[in-house]
Design a protein around this ligand. Structure first.
Ligand code: HEM
Length: 407
């Protein structure tokens, strides 16, 4: 099924807002202060002329320093996630993303049962390895290709579909609904329709698994139990709706950004080629340097202060992980991609209670992709005829294409 507008392009264009590089502005602001008051309308892209009637928008601050970002993310009591309920929650349902403690702890515990070390190893061997191999082999056989279109864009969504046990023929439609879901900020009707379609689709998959569970993720969620609590159908649907944007949009962009970093720094690519033990630190540096998701949101539950800056109860907190990862008080030459820099915790997977639930999966997927690329494309380099390959975007960042030759 196809629509007149390509939701992938529409989402990418809308979220990028024509922005190529927000980092210089963040650096200039951070040099002045760790926290800035910002315009709530502008932060959410609400048109200046739009009449909001009686709705009074709360004030907003943008947190840019590493210490400020870490403080906010670690303190879920003062900095609540509930605000998501009024935005993404509309299309996803009540998911762990918008829960505070103690509710969050219980549901995260239930869902974590599907993300064991054993499950991760099985997904690596049965799903990610074979899938990445066939995609990379296809590029190798042509001697050239686009790593985004032929590998990093399609593979994470296929992994999640595989984890859920979805039939191959549903994949394209599933991916389309997932992208439409997160386009809700620009097109509410499309987002709400996709939310309902995904609900109906997941309901048809869940019912038989409640009766006869298999070993896929939906079956594990259907059986999960903690302190006498089990997940209801609606809770499972909310989590499954969250999983795709959380797991696919991010991993596709982070693996693209890492490959961009290595391809534009051939000396570092050569170093990783000749010493595979450098792969994990290259992955972490890629995540620090260009996180796929540069910002998330919290709301202050009390009058407080962030990194010394006073903040009133009810203020919306825009947490800028992109800026925190380049805080010059923590990293030297923070704007440079350097896989040899000393290992220091970055905030691309957040910190605190909502630390990314899929970070081990994301690291495994990226490691598998990198190892396969290094094995099968030993002469890979950026296509010298390609014009102006670059990372772009604001909240989500990645290159649109990575044309390479590997003859
Ligand atoms: C490089 C890839 C990834 C990045 C950079 C990333 C980043 C993040 C961040 C920043 C959060 C915190 C959101 C917030 O609290 O507002 C988060 C949460 C989450 N992520 Fe990821 N993520 C990645 C991959 C994945 C994958 C592969 C999955 C699963 C398939 C996943 C599932 C989740 C879930 C379920 C949450 C919500 C956790 C909670 O609220 O307790 N993520 N992720």
């Amino acid at each position: 099924m196809s629509t007149a507008v390509d939701p992938f392009e529409a989402f990418d264009e809308a979220q990028a807002q024509g922005i190529r590089d927000p980092y210089p502005e963040w650096a200039a602001m951070l040099a002045q202060a760790p926290v800035h008051e910002v315009d709530t309308r502008e932060q959410f892209g609400i048109d200046e002329d739009m009449d909001l009637g009686d709705i009074e928008l709360p004030p907003s601050v943008l947190v840019l320093s590493y210490d400020g970002v870490a403080q906010v993310l670690r303190d879920g009591a003062t900095f609540s996630s509930k605000f998501y309920g009024e935005s993404m929650g509309m299309v996803m349902g009540h998911s762990i993303l918008e829960m505070d403690e103690p509710e969050h702890h219980l549901y995260r515990g239930l869902i974590q049962q599907a993300f064991t070390r054993k499950a991760l190893e099985r997904w690596r061997d049965d799903l990610v390895g074979p899938m990445v191999s066939s995609m990379v082999d296809s590029i190798a056989s042509h001697g050239h290709g686009d790593l985004v279109r032929e590998l990093t864009f399609p593979f994470p969504v296929r992994v999640i579909a595989g984890m859920m046990g979805l039939p191959e023929e549903d994949l394209e439609q599933f991916h389309r609904w997932a992208v439409e879901l997160i386009s809700v900020g620009w097109d509410i009707d499309v987002g709400m329709a996709a939310s309902q379609s995904l609900r109906d689709y997941f309901a048809s998959l869940l019912a038989p698994r409640r009766v006869t569970p298999g070993d896929d993720l939906i079956s594990v969620l259907a059986q999960a139990e903690l302190d006498g609590t089990r997940l209801t159908d609606e809770e499972i649907f909310a989590f499954l709706r969250l999983l795709l944007p959380a797991g696919a949009e991010t991993t596709y962009r982070s693996s693209s950004n890492l490959l961009f970093g290595l391809l534009t720094h051939p000396d570092q690519l050569d170093a990783v080629r000749s010493d595979r033990s450098l792969v994990p630190q290259a992955i972490e540096e890629g995540l620090r340097w260009e996180p796929p998701l540069t910002g998330i949101v919290r709301m202050a539950t009390a009058d407080t202060s962030i990194d010394g800056y006073p903040v009133a109860e009810g203020t919306i907190i825009h947490v800028c992980m992109g800026s925190a990862n380049r805080d010059p008080s923590r990293w030297e030459r923070p704007e440079e991609f350097d896989i040899f820099r000393p290992a220091l915790q970055h905030v691309s997977f957040a910190l605190g209670p909502h630390t990314c639930l899929g970070m081990h999966l994301a690291r495994m997927e990226t490691t598998t992709a990198m190892e396969t690329i290094l094995d099968r494309l030993p002469t890979m380099r950026l296509d010298p005829t390609a014009d102006d390959v670059h990372i772009r975007g604001n909240a989500f960042r990645s290159p649109r294409s990575l044309p390479i030759v590997c003859d």
